[in-house]
Design a protein around this ligand. Structure first.
Ligand SMILES: Cc1ncc(COP(=O)(O)O)c(C=O)c1O
Length: 453
């Protein structure tokens, strides 16, 4: 549902006139004028033409404090000098060799050094490809047909990932996927141990894939104890556990969610940060599972081996950005800096809610924060999410009309939220945090005056 915000819409149109013009052009070229569903917004999205550090500049020249950070891919911020230099140097040496090269070894070595249990690595081009390959590996390894996941957990847009990621869960999240394919994935309710045990005990589930910090990049957090139960039950039933660490990898800790929660997965899907802000991703994990990608004797190759291609897998330019990024992250310092800034931001945003008397709660984990406007819950100084709130409520609030109106108001105030929250990077500053809190307070005032809050 769209909320009427005429004054805000006027200010938005006045702030971003060239974006509006470009959007009109875009509509005749691109479906809905966009290239990713998440970039759709009413009345039009902003167009950006450069970015540096914690900021991006729209085509109008307006500076925005950026909390998208390339959908979470840029933990070091835009244009980190080490990453830019590595990419520039690689461009001189060629963008694609159609051959093996040293940087892919260096990239894989860094992943193995940092990610627990990453005995082998296969590179792909996106998080979507990573989860698809991990599922295929699990099916090949176990000989079982089905994959289980949790409702509200997002694992990319391929056919086998789209069951139950968008409520209401009884209705298919997208058209265009055959029922036969949808029925190979079972979507389980989060936190329900009995449903989990029942689904796995049937013995036909090859893998359970999870967003370890919770659905929607942690908007609907998952209980640590439940994650341990998931590990226990998958192990007991011969089901592989796949951690989709496209978001959490190298963000929660250098070793991602496995290190953070002390839970070891069988396969890990890595995306975003792993590729240093360029297109790239990976599946890492147990050597005996990734062995299904190996060439052996002709009989095995024809009947057991998994087929897997990909023109741009581990292309040298991405590999250069990735290696430069992972080298920076190795000691955990940029991660800790982003975490500390996120804590300060979350606390500041909660103070702003209290000061304006607006109902709501901001919670965070590591360097990801979520704003749940309208939620009646006591904010925690440590950022832990409100306990006992129905996951459906959190999911709805994170996509609600108030949230969309807030994003628009924040853009007018010079801040680009990733819908209901965002990602901090090590390039953000304490001043950015202060400026964001002040912008939030002004944005809440705007929404109040519009009668939205
Ligand atoms: C948890 C998770 N898995 C998979 C994906 C898909 O990754 P990509 O957009 O690179 O295909 C995303 C994307 O945001 C994600 O958040």
């Amino acid at each position: 549902m769209r909320m009427e915000t005429p004054a805000l819409d006027r200010d938005y149109a006045a702030a971003f006139p060239r974006s509006r013009q470009l959007y009109l052009e875009a509509q005749s070229l691109l479906p809905s004028g966009i290239t990713h569903d998440a970039r759709w917004m009413e009345p039009f999205p902003v167009f950006v033409e450069r970015a540096q550090g914690a900021y991006k500049w729209t085509v109008e020249g307006r500076r925005l404090i950026d909390y998208w950070m390339a959908h979470g891919a840029l933990l070091l911020g835009h244009g980190h000098p080490a990453v830019t230099a590595a990419v520039a140097e690689q461009l001189e040496r060629g963008t694609h060799y159609g051959a093996s090269h040293r940087l892919e070894l260096e990239w894989a070595r860094l992943i193995r050094e940092l990610v627990p249990g990453a005995e082998r690595v296969r590179f792909v081009n996106s998080g979507t490809e990573a989860t698809q390959l991990a599922m295929r590996l699990a099916r090949a390894y176990t000989g079982r047909p089905r994959v289980a996941k949790f409702t509200g957990h997002f694992h990319g847009w391929h056919d086998e990932a789209v069951s139950g990621y968008k409520g209401p869960y009884g209705v298919t999240a997208t058209t265009g996927v055959p029922q036969e394919v949808l029925s190979t994935t079972v979507a389980l309710p989060v936190g329900d141990g009995d449903a989990l045990k029942h689904a796995l005990s049937r013995g036909d589930v090859a893998a359970l894939i999870v967003e370890p910090s919770g659905g929607g990049w942690g908007a609907v957090p998952m209980d640590r104890d439940f994650l341990h139960l998931v590990r226990e039950e998958t192990g007991r039933n011969g089901t592989l556990l796949i951690f989709d660490e496209v978001i959490t990898g190298f963000r929660l800790a250098p070793g991602g969610a496995q290190e953070y929660y002390g839970v070891r997965a069988d396969l890990v899907c890595l995306g975003k940060i792993v590729a240093g802000g360029l297109p790239g991703a990976a599946v890492a994990g147990r050597a005996d599972i990734l062995a299904y990608l190996e060439y052996r004797d002709p009989e095995w190759n024809r009947t057991k081996k998994i087929a897997h291609q990909g023109t741009f897998n581990a292309n040298p330019v991405t590999a250069a950005a990735a290696v430069a990024t992972l080298r920076q992250l190795r000691n955990g310092e940029p991660i800790h800096r982003a975490d500390a800034l996120c804590r300060a931001l979350g606390q500041g945003l909660n103070r702003a809610l209290a000061a304006t008397g607006v109902r709501g709660c901001v919670y965070w984990q590591s360097s990801m924060f979520h704003i749940a406007l309208g939620l009646d819950a006591e904010p925690s100084p440590a950022g832990v999410p409100p306990r006992g709130v129905d996951p459906g409520v959190l999911e709805r609030l994170s996509k609600g009309a108030e949230t969309l109106a807030l994003r628009k108001a924040m853009l007018v105030e010079g801040v680009d939220l990733m819908r209901s929250g965002g990602f901090l990077s090590s390039a953000h500053t304490e001043q950015d945090v202060e400026d964001t809190v002040a912008a939030f307070q002004r944005a809440l005032g705007r929404l109040r005056r519009e009668g939205v809050l």
